[in-house]
Ligand binder design. Structure first.
Ligand code: G3P
Ligand code: MG
Length: 271
């Protein structure tokens, strides 16, 4: 039986906080997105050595936070005094590594919707999925209860969407808090995408737009799943995939793509 399509979320989402306009996965990034009119954000979450979820993309120090070694070998107390802004530019020097909880609170205060990418360090898939889901549940207790009482697109829209490339992490999130929706990340849509989505009761499939075809879009939409793309950095490409039927995408170019981009039929944009 055909499922009802479910994408009650914003269409255009700022990638890693503020895309290329601010240091990724920081509060400064999310603030920057907000200043560009973005009330929807994607960021990556990983666990510290003491099990505290923090915003972080890379499993090792070096690129965005100075140092060497694994992120999950440091405690949250150690990580949250580290500088995650200097690598981007002197204006962001001292911008700290942000805890997931702090990011949630900021988003709640500013009415920002979150796509939380669970980014487990190797071997920490189950723990990361479980802890991220539990923290989301604790911070959205009222909204989770409302969604359980009346499961609908409207009540789902008030919750974050948890996504991951890791099926193990998604399964753990599902077991921990079934009511918080999940999206499966897959670089390329392979033949087993539907089984994998079913396995974790995902509501959406998230994929790299570079490898996407209109035939695949139709297949995903026909099956009733939300379809979200990363990382689209031109209006023209954004318009194209939305016209194919993609539900939404995240972007690094919050300066080029308006958060409320609406593509009327036949619109041609060249940027
Ligand atoms: O969630 C979409 C996108 O963020 C996945 O890739 O490496 O930017 O986390 P990455
Ligand atoms: Mg990500």
């Amino acid at each position: 039986m055909k499922k009802t399509t479910l994408w009650p979320y914003p269409k255009i989402v700022a990638h890693r906080g503020g895309g290329t306009m601010a240091p990724e996965n920081t509060l400064a990034g999310i603030r920057c997105g907000l200043s560009h009119g973005y009330r929807a954000v994607e960021f990556d979450v990983m666990l510290s050595s003491d099990g505290i979820p923090v915003l972080m993309h890379d499993p090792v120090l070096g690129r965005t936070v100075r140092g060497m070694g694994k992120v999950n070998h440091l405690t949250a107390a150690q990580l949250t005094v580290m500088d995650a802004g200097s690598w981007f530019g002197p204006a962001f020097a001292g911008e700290p590594v942000c805890t997931f909880e702090r990011a949630i609170r900021f988003c709640q205060q500013n009415d920002i919707w979150m796509n939380v990418e669970i980014k487990p360090a190797e071997g920490c898939e189950v723990e990361t999925g479980r802890i991220v889901a539990k923290m989301a549940q604790a911070c959205f207790a009222t909204e989770v209860a409302a969604h359980i009482a009346v499961p609908s697109a409207m009540t789902a829209a008030n919750l974050p969407l948890l996504s991951s490339f890791s099926l193990e992490a998604l399964r753990a999130a599902q077991v921990a808090v079934v009511a918080i929706p999940r999206g499966l990340l897959a670089t390329v849509i392979k033949n087993d995408w539907l089984e994998q989505c079913q396995e974790v009761a995902a509501v959406s499939l998230h994929t790299n737009h570079k490898f996407l075809s209109p035939v695949q879009v139709n297949a995903v939409k026909e099956s009733g799943y939300g379809l979200f793309c990363y990382t689209v950095n031109s209006r023209k490409r954004g318009a194209e995939i939305l016209a194919w039927g993609v539900d939404g995408f995240c972007t690094d170019r919050i300066d080029l793509i308006p958060a409320d981009l609406v593509m009327p039929a036949g619109d041609t944009v060249n940027k």
